[in-house]
Design a protein around this ligand. Structure first.
Ligand code: AMP
Ligand code: ZN
Ligand code: ZN
Length: 405
């Protein structure tokens, strides 16, 4: 063979091979698995060794922080992650609230949590199922109720006692199902480090130890998906709903000392955000007194600052009371056990309320550093990766698409 011809053959073979390995996997062949670790503050991973989160960052994309929705609580945010909507627009306006049409919703009350009437908007698994994509969820707010009449094909009733490792086992089992039955979108949830952050505070050694443990679990999961024959098709997202800040009974405002609780028809929320409805005729007295209280912001619901996207939903009480950063509010003397350690729920521009985003897989650039995204952007991100026709949402693809290949 002549030399020139041989070299040309080598080059074309190389080009063919490199195109082949860079072949973009079609959206309809890509998987998305999203894990939320509750209350994982944006900076926790920088305090200890987290080799597996680092592994995702170097093989994929990592945002400096994620801005949660207000109020920076678990239920409103997980449902914002699922629907791409702010709480005003998806209806889960707090961990507990009263709906004028459907009555009381409470995080701990199975009946309300599993009642589809409370959930507006369209969770990503509903969008997917409606477009013939099988989905699964091992705990996620909204997945335990039919929304628009649709639930994930596989789902679990919330039970905090199920070990994290066993949740991983089940997710892997789902991924090992035969192709016709296998979910292509999976969401799953750990209730830590939120619990430990509340109990010991975000600056505690307990958090450091737990973050390393959670990182190892992420490693277990990655190692197991790497054994799957279609590993190259799997996008894995690790994120969370909000951060955590230190509280103290020394920075506590007893709202009940200014305005007795029986002046109100309804009081919802808790520390650090309450939304309350005064009894008939009590609005002016309550409003005037609350204006004088220090270390809290008080707004009529229609006057909540626009940047918080909160106040138009009829499920929100007439007045919103928000403690200043690191301050707490309540209805009596501060119970020391409750107002020590950590809490969340404050203004979503506060740094301590921000959370994490790591993602790797066929759709993500390698080693991509992103500044920030919002929890509502996860919906358009996942829809784009999977080639789903998205519902109209508050989230913005423009804020996330820079991390995509
Ligand atoms: P919070 O820190 O008050 O915003 O709420 C966090 C708590 O929500 C965690 O301790 C979880 O146990 C609980 N939680 C999370 N998901 C669910 C769910 N699907 N059903 C009931 N409780 C849940
Ligand atoms: Zn949470
Ligand atoms: Zn919490």
């Amino acid at each position: 063979m002549n030399r020139v011809f041989f070299i040309a053959l080598l080059i074309s073979g190389f080009l063919f091979f490199s195109c082949e390995t860079d072949r973009k996997i079609p959206a309809e062949e890509q998987y998305v698995v999203m894990l939320s670790m509750d209350g994982f503050r944006w900076d926790y991973a920088s305090r200890v060794e987290t080799p597996w989160l680092d592994y995702i960052a170097s093989h994929g994309a990592n945002a400096e922080y994620v801005k949660p929705a207000f109020p920076t609580k678990t239920f409103p945010n997980h449902y914002s992650m699922a629907t791409g909507l702010y709480p005003d627009n998806h209806g889960i306006v707090d961990n507990n609230f009263t709906c004028p049409e459907h009555g009381t919703y409470r995080l701990g009350d199975r009946e309300s949590v599993e009642n589809g009437v409370f959930y507006n908007g369209e969770p990503i698994w509903v969008t997917a199922e409606n477009q013939n994509v099988t989905t699964a969820s091992f705990f996620w707010v909204g997945s335990e109720a039919p929304v628009k009449g649709v639930q994930p094909t596989y789902w679990k009733r919330y039970d905090s006692s199920v070990a994290f490792a066993s949740r991983i086992d089940t997710v892997i089992n789902w991924l090992q199902l035969e192709e016709e039955k296998r979910p292509r979108l999976i969401t799953f949830y750990f209730q830590e480090p939120d619990g430990t952050g509340h109990r010991f505070g975000p600056g505690s050694q307990e958090i450091d130890a737990l973050v390393m443990e959670l990182d190892s679990l992420v490693g277990v999961f990655i190692s197991r998906i790497q054994e799957l024959p279609f590993y190259d098709n799997i996008n894995f997202i690790v994120t969370s709903d909000h951060g955590m800040t230190e509280v103290s009974p020394d920075r506590y405002v007893n709202i009940g000392a200014y305005t007795p609780r029986d002046w109100y028809e309804r009081t919802h929320g808790g520390n650090p955000m309450m939304h309350v409805t005064p009894k008939e005729g009590m609005m002016d007295s309550i409003w005037n007194i609350l204006q004088t209280v220090e270390n809290v912001s008080v707004w009529k619901k229609e006057d909540v600052p626009a940047r918080l996207n909160y106040g138009t939903n009829p499920r929100i009480g007439d007045i919103v009371i928000l403690a200043d950063s690191t301050w707490s509010i309540g209805w009596g003397k501060p119970r020391a056990s409750y107002y020590t350690g950590g809490a969340h729920g404050w203004d979503n521009t506060k740094k301590d309320m921000h959370t994490i985003f790591y993602a790797m897989g066929p759709s993500f650039k390698e080693g991509h550093k992103h500044t920030s995204i919002e929890v509502v952007d996860l919906y358009p991100l996942i829809a784009k990766i999977m080639g789903l026709e998205p519902a109209e949402v508050d989230g913005k693809l423009e804020r996330v698409e820079g991390m995509l290949r």
